[in-house]
Design a binder for this molecule. Structure first.
Ligand code: FES
Length: 322
């Protein structure tokens, strides 16, 4: 990962975007333009309690004078989002990284299927705004939420600009009432899919796009919760060919444990979606938590930024992580 550049930005506006979702408009104190970003980009923010969190930028990249964040307060998270929502006041200065993009919208004349679940709408709405404002007409947004009250950006997406381009689906919190994506994804027509949302939604989309070219299907994990689960246990990683063994405690990723042991390793998203940290799995049973590997690839590789072990030990070869 490259070193992060930080800038001080002022919270110009803090206002709810939906039930449980707070919007933050960040601007430079002197009103100057902010570093440019592209649709799908995110920034890291240092929350008042000291935790660092990544948030997608939800505004149109052409709006250079501010960044718009949508933050869902996660009561069971590690406190970063709660601190953002509860502790920040308008006028406060925050340390914010310059934008980076692990979920870039690639030019595609055949168009786009944009799929969002819950707060996963933040990069998707930026993409939709960008496509609309650059005259790209062949896209459609599918946006799944519990109910209208919890649906951020609903007025924008239901507005006249997006007429005919957005399907909003409420499931009432009942998985049995989830939108069936099969009729939408059954026949690929050259579009690219961009999907961001809860794990269940992304797994469903991945399961239904096995017949799509992998280069046409893009995921962004908006939550880091999948990398850490309450019932996680420690395990050991053994390296080939050195035989070095490294303990991976609960709450620590393989990537971080290896780095702490002095290994230099490539990574980018650190949320299991970009494919950068792919590492050869020689033996042991992995607990795959990524969205980057196919079922076949999972026999030979592991994404060490999020995945763990089901067996007491994994044998890895770091030669493939270059
Ligand atoms: S760093 Fe992106 S998948 Fe691991």
């Amino acid at each position: 990962m490259t070193a992060t550049d930080w800038i001080a930005l002022v919270v110009a506006k803090k206002a709810p975007l939906a039930e449980g979702v707070m919007g933050f408009e960040l601007r430079a104190a002197d009103g100057r333009d902010l570093p440019a970003f592209t649709p799908g980009a995110h920034v890291a923010v240092r929350a008042p309690n000291g935790l660092e969190r990544k948030y997608s930028l939800a505004n149109d990249p052409d709006e250079r004078d501010h960044y718009l964040l949508g933050v869902k307060r996660e009561p069971n998270g590690r406190g970063g989002s709660a601190s953002m929502v509860d502790d920040i006041i308008e006028g406060q200065t925050l340390q914010v990284s310059t934008p980076r993009n692990d979920f870039p919208l690639k030019p595609n004349p055949a168009g786009y299927i944009l799929i969002a679940g819950g707060i996963g709408i933040t990069p998707i709405v930026s993409m939709a705004r960008h496509l609309l404002n650059t005259g790209v007409a062949n896209f459609h947004v599918y946006y799944c939420t519990r109910d209208a009250a919890s649906t951020a950006f609903l007025d924008d997406l239901k507005g006249p600009d997006f007429r005919g381009k957005v399907t909003v689906h409420h499931d009432g919190g009942d998985p049995a009432k989830a939108l069936d994506f099969w009729p939408i994804l059954e026949r690929p027509k050259g579009q690219h899919i961009y999907c961001c949302g809860p794990r269940g939604l992304m797994d469903a989309v991945r399961d239904m796009t096995g017949h799509w070219p992998t280069s046409a299907v893009h995921f962004e994990a908006f939550s880091e919760a999948e990398a850490n689960r309450p019932d996680d246990v420690a395990f050991t990683v053994k390296l080939r060919p050195s035989g070095e063994t490294i303990k991976v405690p609960a709450g620590v990723t393989i990537l971080d444990a290896l780095r702490a042991a002095g290994h230099q390793l490539a990574s980018s998203c650190e949320s299991g979606t970009c494919g950068t940290c792919r590492t050869e799995l020689v033996s042991g049973e992995a607990d795959h938590r990524d969205l980057a590997l196919t079922e076949d690839e999972r026999q030979r590789y592991i994404m060490i930024c999020v995945s763990r072990a089901k067996s007491p030990e994994l044998l890895l070869d770091l030669g493939s992580n270059l």
